[in-house]
Design a protein around this ligand. Structure first.
Ligand code: PEP
Length: 261
């Protein structure tokens, strides 16, 4: 099913999601921004788009209290694949759910690169998220070298089949396409490049998960800001955005979500 919202953005019949990844940023003071996001998530926006904010785990509990009642969802940036045990410094999906998280990002390129996370590990984290009742936001994306070598679709296909477990569905899984070279750089792919990759992801999801795969949201991530959100979010098979830097300030994050008003 395909649909176009009144402002001309294509929604493909799926409710859009704008998700913010605060990364390792923010002390308790930063929660003021979340308060402003909650206030700004008015009836008009609530009717049009889901909002999710993923602060550092240290702020999870306070964030979920602040967001309570506003319908801004709060999520985490990573989880361990096991539920509990001798894993010093790690946090399980069940613990995050206990603090009020309803979603968790898994397989972000900064974890794949900085912590050498493999597709198999990302898949196990995704399954752990589901067991805890969390929605998993599974990140995939090619490096600049892979794109320059013409390997983008192959890399994306392998990450998708390796990182997303059987049993993925529209309610428990969101895919985020984040070209590594576009994250935090101010560079974005061309519209054609985004459309090509999102189309390939949709085809692969539909082939593997049938109706569930056609219902899963596919987010674009990488240097999304208020000034380019309108253009990117109207592209076919783009069902929202995963936002890093511009999710730290309420005015920017709400400015991106406003593309769906
Ligand atoms: C991210 O880290 O997921 C991201 C998309 O970052 P930025 O928006 O800052 O490029």
């Amino acid at each position: 099913m395909s649909a176009t919202s009144t402002n001309g953005l294509r929604t493909n019949g799926l409710r859009p999601l704008v998700a913010g990844n605060w990364k390792m940023n923010g002390s308790r003071r930063a929660l003021r921004e979340l308060g402003m996001m909650s206030e700004g998530y008015d009836a008009g926006l609530r009717a049009a788009v889901d909002l999710l904010v993923c602060p550092p785990a240290t702020l999870m509990q306070a964030a979920s209290v602040i967001a309570l009642g506003s319908r801004v969802a709060v999520g985490a940036q990573d989880c361990h694949a096991e539920e509990a045990g001798a894993f010093t410094g790690d946090i399980s999906a069940a613990m995050l759910a206990d603090l009020g998280a309803t979603a968790v990002i898994v397989g972000h390129s900064e974890r794949r690169a900085g912590h050498r996370e493999t597709n198999a590990q990302v898949r196990a984290k995704c399954e752990a998220a589901w067991r805890a009742g969390l929605m998993a936001v599974v990140c995939i994306g090619e490096t600049e070298r892979e794109r320059d070598a013409g390997k983008t679709l192959g890399v994306i296909g392998r990450q998708l089949s390796g990182s997303v477990p059987d049993g993925a569905g529209a309610a428990n899984t969101v895919i985020a396409y984040e070209p590594v070279w576009a994250i935090g750089t101010g560079r974005t792919p061309s519209n054609e490049q985004i459309v090509e990759v999102h189309g390939a992801i949709r085809k692969a999801l539909a082939r593997r998960f049938k109706a569930e795969g056609r219902g899963m949201r596919i987010l674009y991530g990488g240097s999304v800001k208020p000034s380019n959100a309108d253009e990117i979010l109207k592209l076919p098979e783009v069902n929202g955005a995963l936002v890093g830097g511009a999710s730290l300030k309420a005015v920017d994050f709400l400015g991106i979500a406003a593309a769906y008003r």
